[in-house]
Design a protein. Sequence first.
Length: 81
Amino acid sequence: MQKKEFIPHGVCAQKISFDYENGKIYNLKFVGGCNGNLKAIGKLCEGHEMKEIAEILKGNTCNGKSTSCADQLSKAIFEVL
């Protein structure tokens, strides 16, 4: 299993980390940001295909910003893919 750490930009979360293997994501964690919502995203993504997750979350916005923690996660995943 490999590990990815990503520093997001333009959002409240300060770091995104996850493990991945065979195109699937595991142990997704956000540092900072909306704790409950980001824990929920981690649970929803656990064991799912990275490409599918990235496509779903790509372009998601937050509070009038051009990005969100979910969108930044998609960017981190696309770096791996």
